[in-house]
Design a protein around this ligand. Structure first.
Ligand SMILES: [Zn+2]
Length: 53
């Protein structure tokens, strides 16, 4: 790696939800990848989504 900002979006095991992990270590579950990307790109001001269970 060359220090590029890294985001990861993976499927949450055992469910149909997505989990986004920011390079800062914050993570967030969502069922909408668009919202998940918006959350990731909001770094460093991540806000909790209101659709969490
Ligand atoms: Zn972050």
């Amino acid at each position: 790696m060359t220090g590029t900002t890294v985001y990861r979006i993976v499927w949450s095991p055992g469910s149909d939800r997505l989990v986004g992990v920011c390079h800062c270590g914050a993570d967030q579950e969502a069922d909408d990848p668009v919202r998940l990307w918006q959350w990731l790109l909001a770094h460093p001001e991540h806000e909790a989504m209101d659709d969490r269970e």
